[in-house]
Design a protein around this ligand. Structure first.
Ligand SMILES: [Zn+2]
Length: 80
């Protein structure tokens, strides 16, 4: 079964260690990010945006809790 959210993320997220954290921008001047899978917005400024999620140790990639649960097994995601 193909999920619309899968767009080749397995190339860089296969077996990735993701840590659950409060959202923080990759660079100070960035104000938001999007879930690697469903594009849900992470932001501290936007009303209704996600305030926490699963992220790589450098805070470059962000995955929402729903997608983490959905793709954890398929991609072999680990807790960072
Ligand atoms: Zn998502």
């Amino acid at each position: 079964m193909t999920d619309w959210r899968l767009q080749g993320q397995e190339k860089y997220l296969q077996g990735a260690a993701l840590e659950r954290k409060a959202y923080q921008p990759y660079r100070p001047e960035w104000e938001h990010d999007h879930c690697e899978f469903c594009s849900a917005e992470f932001s501290l400024d936007t009303p209704g945006a996600l305030r926490e999620g699963y992220t790589t140790s450098d805070h470059y990639r962000w995955v929402c809790a729903v997608c983490y649960e959905d793709f954890q097994e398929m991609l072999g995601l680990r807790r960072g």
